[in-house]
Design a protein around this ligand. Sequence first.
Ligand SMILES: *Cc1c(COP(=O)(O)O)cnc(C)c1O
Length: 422
Amino acid sequence: MDERSFAAFLDRYLAYSTRLHHPAIVGHQTPAPEPPGAVADLVHGAINNPMAIYEMGPSAVAVEFAVLNWMIARVGWTPQPLPPAEAPGEHAAGVLTHGGSLANLTGLLAARAAVAPQAWEEGVPGDLAVLVPENSHYSVARAVAIMGLGSRAIYPMETDARGVVRADRLQAARKRVQADGRRCMAVVANACATATGLHDPLRAMGGFCREHGLWFHVDACHGASALLTARYRHLLDGLEFADSVVWDAHKMLQTSTLCAALLVRDAAAFQATFHQEASYLLYGDNRDGIDFVWRAVECTKAGLGLKVLLNLAFRGEDGLGRYVEGRYTMARRFFEVIRARPGFECPWEPESNILCFRYGDDDALQVRIRERLLREGRYHMTSTLLDGRRYLRLTVINPLTDTDTLAGLLDAIEETAAELAG
Ligand SMILES: *Cc1c(COP(=O)(O)O)cnc(C)c1O
């Protein structure tokens, strides 16, 4: 390509891209990235310092360390001291990964190392089980299968009508695992669940896990950023009881993809997760800085921390928190409007910025409306099954999406339904 053909190519490329900056984008959990974070992508793209080994990206290591400690403090744990200082008592540790799915896998690997330390050398014992909410993100079940436990090791937890874990049924679930002659490797909670946007009762679940010595893994990919708000941080009450937490920055911290954090409350437990020798990378103990390679599935790992750091530096923690709070509150306003409109139905009040609703009573109609509006390039919604019924699903993630957007969307749904019927 030369300059002119590249310009033409770029126009065409962008024309067929999804325009996340448009307020009618109310579908997936992908924000329009904040410009400071986009600058971080440019810097990384130019210097290309993968940083799992300290010598390959010293500044990226320092930034990732600082960003992880900021997240760890927000969760309510003790940040990691700078080496070589070993602080007395327990502290946490973490790693930034290329996405929440990989962070879930890494967190469950840490759980496996804690419960079955011999698994690394001898293979996975056949008696492990994982208690998982039914509406967990598929990456949790996938991680269990990848780890070689077999998907039969997944024990679904009882939930209420909204799909939220019933803490009062945990003991029964634990007994089921025991009755099958299995050991519980981890208990998983959603904060929030991808499809519904609802939060499991973290304090009750965490208390139960502490009492019984069970590893508590909280998938807070979407919801952890509410820790930055005064109004909604109560949704994460009890998060500090977790042993491992996953927090996606590329969702509500508005970075580009990919940037996720796995945080582990006990750094020593995390240290036991991976066992690898790589003589071409590392030798001896005498190193200058922190090598993240011991904590990550990835070997070549991008300098992901800069995206978070620059968003934080330019918007401030308050600014990021205001964004999260604004979107959660807008979803509540949408709920009021939708509930009051004849023909529309919301199954429950939203807790986050994810909102489910339907128009009329025909499952197939929901999907046809969605597809028509998407094809016409007017609104980008998603849809989900809840208790066997098909719903439309909104993620109110663009800062410009407001009640006017919603009014237009609801009109468009009614018109489209009438056209499809006629
Ligand atoms: C988005 C999401 C994931 C998957 O994270 P990726 O970053 O897309 O890999 C896992 N769990 C929950 C609850 C999510 O919302």
